[in-house]
Write a protein that binds this ligand. Structure first.
Ligand SMILES: Nc1ncnc2c1ncn2[C@@H]1O[C@H](COP(=O)(O)OP(=O)(O)OP(=O)(O)O)[C@@H](O)[C@H]1O
Ligand SMILES: O=C(O)[C@H](O)[C@@H](O)[C@H](O)[C@H](O)CO
Length: 335
């Protein structure tokens, strides 16, 4: 089951950014296991770096594939793994993401998450020189430039960036930190995503609200022209038609409100979709096909992309009553 899959947090960054230091601290505060990618380098890679020669793709790819395999075993066992790994380039991160057996390449929706430890070059150089002087690491400071030259992240990847030039105790890795990634289906996107203002999990609540409105009433924002659609989402308010039942009104006016209907549904509602198979016996016969909403490949921190859910809902063509019945059955978990 997708919901039983573990999660991997890859602390990434160039040499000296603090992957081992921060990783060791992080496992003390979350119930997880720390893996240091350096421990998986073959001796030949270490010797090459020791000689001051940067690794090539040929050196890195088998190493990353080994890490991928190790991560996969952990994920399938439901573990939380913190991996300290440079993962400097997108092509390297894609190998690590493929540890998630359901990962669709290029989607970046995956239980393997990346956190970039961001440190100014001069701070890095000072750290590495100090470490080299202490003589307890194979990586020479002179390789720093080649590492910085290779480091590249793309906005779409939704990588969390943390300021790791601070003292280790002051470094905050906060899941609620704002992301600037923009991916998904426009109809379900919150205004702050469209405005690239940075967003947090509230944006997921917005999407759930849109979904429920679509199920219960009609899609609140539609327009054949994408730009016009975006303008509508940004500028218009969602209205709840009075013809809905009082039960539906109270559902839509749940306590964790967001916009005018204020659909108060937490991210848990999205996670609950993954448990659909398990709960099927609790559903009326006519609703059991709703299991098709499960798509293990499309999870991101327990997030089921709404577009996929609605697409499946449309395909099975349930009546509005059926859908409300389905939503209400999920309610105890959703709110
Ligand atoms: N936040 C920090 N503040 C000050 N010093 C730090 C900090 N983080 C790490 N260091 C020091 O910098 C050096 C490199 O740290 P660490 O080994 O954790 O980095 P790394 O990213 O794992 O490096 P590498 O990839 O080369 O193994 C160590 O000497 C460590 O004590
Ligand atoms: O991709 C790489 O070039 C390597 O992972 C390096 O980053 C080293 O392993 C590490 O920095 C040594 O400590």
């Amino acid at each position: 089951m997708a919901s039983d899959k573990g999660v991997a947090i890859v602390l990434m960054g160039v040499s000296g950014s603090g992957k081992s230091t921060v990783g060791a601290m992080l496992v003390n505060v979350i119930n997880g296991r720390f893996l240091d990618a350096d421990d998986y380098h073959p001796q030949s890679n270490k010797e090459k770096m020791q000689k001051g020669i940067p690794l090539s793709d040929e050196d890195r790819i088998p190493w990353l594939e080994t890490l991928r395999d190790v991560l996969r075993v952990g994920l399938l066992n439901g573990e939380t793994i913190i991996l300290g790994c440079s993962a400097l380039h997108k092509r390297y991160r894609e190998i690590l993401r493929s540890a998630d057996p359901d990962y669709i390449p290029g989607s970046y929706l995956c239980v393997v998450k990346f956190v970039l430890l961001d440190v100014a070059a001069e701070v890095l150089a000072a750290r590495l020189e100090k470490r080299a002087a202490e003589g307890n690491h194979f990586m020479p400071a002179k390789l720093l430039q080649s590492q910085l030259a290779l480091l590249q992240i793309e906005e779409d990847e939704g990588i969390m960036k943390v300021d790791a030039s601070l003292e280790p105790q002051a470094i905050k890795i906060d899941e609620s930190s704002r992301s600037n990634s923009m991916c998904g289906t426009t109809e379900y996107m919150a205004p702050e995503i469209l405005l690239s203002k940075g967003h947090n999990k509230d944006a997921d609540w917005w999407s759930v609200g849109i979904l429920l409105t679509e199920w219960g009433v009609h899609p609140p924002f539609t327009h054949p022209n994408r730009k016009k659609l975006q303008e509508k989402i940004i500028n218009e308010k969602v209205k709840l038609p009075p013809r809905l039942s009082s039960e539906s009104h109270s559902l839509l006016k749940g306590s964790k409100c967001r916009f005018e209907l204020e659909l108060g549904v937490a991210e848990l509602g999205l996670q609950s979709a993954s448990r659909t198979h398990r709960d099927n016996d609790k559903l009326p016969e006519r609703l059991r096909g709703c299991a098709t909403i499960e798509d293990r490949g499309l999870y991101q921190m327990g997030f089921t992309p709404i577009s996929r859910v609605t697409q499946d809902v449309r395909q099975v063509k349930y009546s509005r009553e059926d859908l409300w019945c389905y939503v209400e059955l999920r309610l105890p978990r959703i709110i």
